[in-house]
Design a protein around this ligand. Sequence first.
Ligand code: AMP
Length: 118
Amino acid sequence: MNQDPNCIFCRIVAGQAPSDIVYESEDVIAFRDLHPVAPTHVLLVPKCHVTSLHELAGRDERSTLAAALLVAARAVAESEGLGNGYRLISNVGADGGQTVGHTHVHLIGGKPLSPRLL
Ligand code: AMP
């Protein structure tokens, strides 16, 4: 599996950095964000190192990983009791506000969120 030893999320996947893991499958790991913006704030992360969702969509011809991220989102939403809804966000690249260069989707919920994104 493609891994980058300098990437904090690869280090979490490898068990070399601490994290609060809430879900794991063959391809995806999910752990609580270090700086939560809502009662539930979980990061859904492919185990292999791909820099962004844009890059992943370009490589993942059968959408296997993209689908695995959505399956993970559903599982985490269920286990976190987010029956009233939640939000998925993936920041892509510099203008998208991405700060960690390993694909991740934020799952945010546990309170009513504004319909306005900005
Ligand atoms: P983004 O700005 O979309 O790239 O999101 C990166 C997210 O990763 C931020 O919400 C950070 O709080 C979170 N983060 C960075 N390092 C860690 C870590 N070691 N464990 C958990 N979350 C982290």
